[in-house]
Design a protein around this ligand. Structure first.
Ligand code: SAJ
Length: 435
């Protein structure tokens, strides 16, 4: 079986399935299809499947022209029907791994995909999990499932983990030039997975187990969460010490080695940095290990929305304006600039907190027409001089490049800048206060 599937990967006759056609799965499917593999995407969303079948892209980084060409040339197809699995040789799983309501790992999407694969599998297939998860998931949760009915690893199937490192909107680093770590449940599985990804990625890094590959990914994102937590705490410290934290960071980053700048902000959004570390701390806690850095960073980062609201309230107090009834405009509800992803965005918490304070709160985001917070639907306000002049405070929560920073500075009475976006553009004014 090993020689057979290795040969199919080598001559690109291997039929590839990608489960989960989101910002990770679709670019991956496209890359294999562009290398002339026959790729079938499997997704639970009829809408996504229909869009691909109609040659249309729904991912900002993939032009519709690419999808149209690949589907027309039959290198790319999509379906909601798992029965296609029996015709496939390689299946890559890129489904979400969120947190449950109690902030514990929720791998139900992975396990549901595995169940459907097993119902339709054939001998000799390679399975690769890309969804970010806690160390041990592949070996402890997936391997026993694939070994059911007497199937044997390295004989009847191959299994590996390879972390996704997609950074949406990043023009420099794309799926094909970001080094790819691969770790199998056996050496043969690692080698096979390395063969597979070498067809689409410039550099593939084999490691000795799926656990190492799972852990490497979590280190990458925990590193970010902890350092963002550190710099958020430094921002609070500098406020107390009357030191400009932004100038401190700019000075520190002149050190050409041994330092990497992170910046304070209104909190952490997205589906990676504030979730992945909690997958790690949860797993560690099962082994009696208390990951203090992860916990402290999560506490600090989660407290930033409240800190922003408190800073604005005290700025309004100085102008003898009680926050109740004040007009507050939040600029940006996506979790980072120039993207249309609002998942876990701290702006929602800021909106919620100002509603609690009975302020008249609204938002504007060029990418997001409406949002729902606490059952209330907000529509993105259209920015006019008049609207800006009526605000008691404008909060810059997401520094979208397309915002008109000069107009904001001219018309707003008070601006709270959580991203140092104005100073970065050479715009300084007494009415602009910074995190
Ligand atoms: N943030 C800060 N200060 C910083 C950096 C980020 O407050 O110095 C905030 C952002 O505003 C955002 C959140 O943290 O709300 C996450 O930002 P991020 O830049 O880490 O962006 P993500 O969540 O899209 O992280 C992804 C990750 N990619 C993958 O997991 C494959 C991460 O590993 C990348 O390093 C990151 O993109 C990136 O560098 O853009």
């Amino acid at each position: 079986m090993y020689k057979e599937i290795k040969g199919k990967i080598a001559n690109k006759s291997a039929k590839i399935g990608v489960i989960g056609l989101g910002y990770v799965g679709l670019p991956l499917a496209v890359l294999f299809a562009e290398q002339k593999f026959e790729v079938t995407g499997i997704d639970t969303s009829q809408k996504r499947v229909k869009s691909i079948k109609n040659g249309k892209s729904y991912i900002m980084d993939i032009p519709t022209k690419t999808i149209a060409e690949l589907t027309a040339n039959k290198f790319l197809d999509a379906t909601v029907d798992y029965s296609v699995v029996k015709q496939l040789d390689v299946i890559i799983i890129c489904v979400p791994t969120p947190l449950s309501k109690t902030k514990e790992p929720d791998i139900s999407f992975i396990m549901s995909a595995i169940k459907n694969i097993i119902k339709n599998r054939k001998r000799g297939q390679l399975y690769v999990l890309e969804s970010t998860t806690y160390p041990g998931t592949t070996e402890e949760m997936l391997l026993p499932k694939f070994e059911e009915d007497g199937f044997k690893k390295d004989v009847d199937f191959f299994l590996a983990f390879s972390p996704e490192r997609v950074d949406p909107r990043n023009k420099t680093y794309t799926t094909s030039n970001i080094p790819k770590v691969v770790g199998g449940v056996t050496r043969k599985s690692t080698m096979l997975t390395r063969e597979l990804y070498s067809k689409i990625v410039e550099e593939v890094i084999p490691v000795t187990s799926s656990k190492v590959a799972e852990m490497a990914k979590l280190l990458e994102n925990t590193f970010r969460s902890v350092n963002i937590g550190l710099v958020n705490e430094l921002a609070l410290m500098c406020e107390a010490l009357h030191i400009d934290v932004w100038e401190v960071i700019d000075a520190a980053k002149t050190k050409p080695f041994g330092f990497m700048p992170f910046y304070p902000g209104p909190g952490i959004g997205g589906h990676c940095i504030n979730i992945d570390p909690l997958y790690l701390s949860w797993k560690a806690s099962l082994h009696g290990f208390n990951s203090r850095f992860i916990e402290i960073a999560d506490n600090i980062n989660s407290s930033m929305p409240r800190y922003v609201v408190n800073r604005v309230i005290s700025a309004l107090n100085k102008k003898r304006k009680p926050v109740k009834g004040c007009k507050i405009l939040i600029l940006g509800v996506t979790y980072k600039k120039d993207i249309n992803d609002t998942r876990e965005s701290p702006s929602f918490e800021i909106l919620r907190l100002f509603r609690e304070e009975e302020a008249e709160v609204s938002y504007h985001d060029p990418y997001i027409p409406t949002v729902r917070v606490d059952g209330h639907t907000f529509k993105s306000l259209c920015i006019t001089d008049d609207i800006l002049k009526k605000q008691d405070c404008v909060i810059l929560a997401t520094d979208h490049s397309s915002l008109d920073y000069k107009q904001l500075k001219n018309d707003a009475k008070l601006i709270f800048d959580t991203r140092n976006a104005f100073k970065q553009r050479g715009i300084v004014s007494k009415k602009i206060i910074r995190l």
